[in-house]
Design a protein around this ligand. Sequence first.
Ligand code: FES
Length: 153
Amino acid sequence: MKFNRRKFITRLLVLVASIEAIFIVKNGVSKSQHNSSKKELFNAGKADAFEPNGLYPFTTGKFYLKRFPDGGFLAMSVKCTHLGCVVNINNKTRGFNCPCHASQFNAFGEVIASPATRPLDIFPITIEKGEILVDIAKPIKRTSFEKSQLTYV
Ligand code: FES
């Protein structure tokens, strides 16, 4: 009788542990699937409203929208890649300065003065019915500017 009780308790514990393990794995997988597909589209307005070579701050979206002379758009995060301070527009260079530790970025968001070591993150842009939609849930880290990062109407 004692042996059966021990066996029963052991099997019960294994069963409970298995159920917990399944729950943890399932929950973890569904969370990561949810995060990877998460979108938060910020409507920046009509593409036609943005002048070529213009730089537009969107404080609620936490990005700067740049329209380059060839018409391409780039949405750059306002967060400095050093320690996350909000960068300001440098009106002379049309790039960005960080007020915290003096990092500087050019108009493409690339580092021109450290301590930051990588360009400002960018956000994916889609244009639907002439409106610019910026996915602010998906900052993209990059090592340099490439023309393929631009989005066109
Ligand atoms: S947080 Fe920008 S330079 Fe340090």
